[in-house]
Design a protein. Structure first.
Length: 445
């Protein structure tokens, strides 16, 4: 039995830590080795969701780790605790923490994705407030609610938190929670099987429709048509619609009529967490797992990882796994061993694309508009800021910058620079905003 060979299991886990990156999840600390027989490593996982994740995303990771550690061409399979109980081979694994909520409708949801476990900061305060408002009055406050931002920033967490709260208040409510990819696949299957009527009933008679990553409707014209009519039916019936995307509606390459409807309700952006918010997230995640994570270790991780919440969770998982398999106390030295040292600050060449990414996020405009002919204030002002930043942060000439923004001449760029500099002098608040954007651009945000 591999359980008796702690050294080998430690080696496997250390390989997983070294190569797992964003694939690592906090519940990896609950994995239990069962046996290594006939060139097959069996690993026990807490439940079916965890098993599905391991088989879909982490099987290759564990297989390579096991082969490296053993020097043999071994395979890996995952068994749930329930499967082992059924086969009479239950290993006495500690009981999984009781779920805070129960009920058949909650099976699809992560029990930690509630408002209680969501850490708010400047980066997500509006999105959090809007989600809370929707959960208290679905279909009447912000409809639709459209959350957008990069991967791993908490969009799915807020979406599921709304569902948790609504179900807790009213267990009889009907919620359809699905990823956009599943929506597309279900539609294709319904067309193939001649079951479109049942498909439409499922999505148009629900009280809340929550869809993750709606941008995946791109290039699926028939699905966009179907979703358009589903949206209209639900909206007219005052049923709540919640959508997430990696970009704002205006930058989503979907039909204009869909984009228009997405903008009917509340559209809110979730940004990358600042240092203080990252520290708060780490403290919250450590407390959830009853993990003794010292402040110096928390500060080290928060300074090392500045991208998103998911990577912070992965970092905690790596640290916890290394501490568990080695039997050591968590210290900054152990954290550095698990995650690597903090990268040294290096100068990087800023590009105009870097500038566009930050400015479009800040002002909610499209790159095409900034490079186009529109001269409305809502477009012209962000365009002037782009020109100013391009002039101050890059080595491009005035002619090159003007050419990048719709073929404008160098005098237009000079005017933009002077306009922004004047505004910066007159308004300290704008100067602070400009400095923040400059920091984000230099950091590659």
């Amino acid at each position: 039995m591999l359980q008796n060979d702690k050294a080998l299991w430690q080696t496997i886990i250390q390989e997983v830590i070294a190569n797992g990156g964003n694939l690592i999840r906090p519940w990896f600390t609950q994995l239990v080795p069962i046996s290594l027989e006939n060139f097959l490593l069996e690993i026990e996982v807490p439940g079916y969701e965890e098993k599905r994740y391991c088989e879909t995303h982490a099987k290759e990771l564990f297989t390579q780790a096991a082969q490296t550690a053993t020097g043999m061409l071994v395979g890996v399979c995952f068994l749930t605790t329930a499967q082992r109980e059924e086969s009479g081979e239950f290993s006495g694994l500690n009981e999984i923490i009781d779920q805070t909520m129960s009920g058949p409708s909650l099976g699809l949801f992560n029990t930690e994705y509630t408002f209680e476990y969501f850490v708010t900061g400047r980066c997500n305060r509006l999105a959090h407030a809007a989600s809370c408002a929707v959960s208290e009055s679905p279909g009447r406050t912000y409809n639709p609610l459209f959350l957008h931002g990069a991967s791993g920033l908490g969009k799915t967490h807020l979406l599921q938190a709304v569902c948790h709260t609504v179900l807790k208040a009213n267990p009889d409510v009907t919620i359809t929670y699905i990823t956009c990819e599943e929506f597309v696949n279900n539609y294709i299957e319904a067309v193939a099987n001649g079951t479109l009527a049942e498909f439409r009933d499922q999505y148009r008679q629900t009280d809340i429709l929550a869809i993750d990553d709606i941008q995946f409707l791109t290039h699926h014209e028939a699905c966009q048509e179907e979703f358009f009519h589903t949206f209209n039916t639900l909206y007219q019936s005052q049923k709540q619609i919640i959508l997430t995307s990696d970009r704002c509606p205006n930058d989503t390459p979907l039909e204009e009529r869909l984009i228009s409807r997405f903008n009917w309700g509340m559209v809110t952006h979730i940004d990358r967490p600042c240092y203080e918010t990252r520290v708060a997230i780490l403290r919250k995640k450590a407390a959830q797992r009853e993990m003794n994570l010292p402040d110096d270790a928390i500060c080290y991780i928060a300074g090392l990882i500045d991208s998103n919440t998911r990577e912070l969770e992965g970092a905690i998982a790596k640290v916890a796994m290394l501490a568990q398999v080695t039997g050591r106390r968590i210290t900054p030295q152990l954290v550095e061993e698990a995650l690597g040292s903090a990268p040294q600050a290096t100068s990087r060449e800023v590009t105009i694309d870097d500038i566009l990414n930050v400015v479009t996020d800040r002002f909610g405009v499209r790159t095409l508009d900034l490079q186009g002919k529109k001269r409305t204030r809502s477009i012209a002002w962000p365009r002037q800021i782009c020109m100013y930043l391009a002039r101050t942060l890059t080595n491009h000439s005035l002619e090159e910058i003007g050419g990048y923004f719709g073929g404008r001449d160098h005098t237009t760029v000079m005017h933009a620079v002077k306009t922004v500099e004047a505004q910066k002098t007159q308004e300290p608040q704008f100067q602070a905003t400009l400095e923040k954007m400059t920091q984000d651009i230099s950091a590659g945000s």
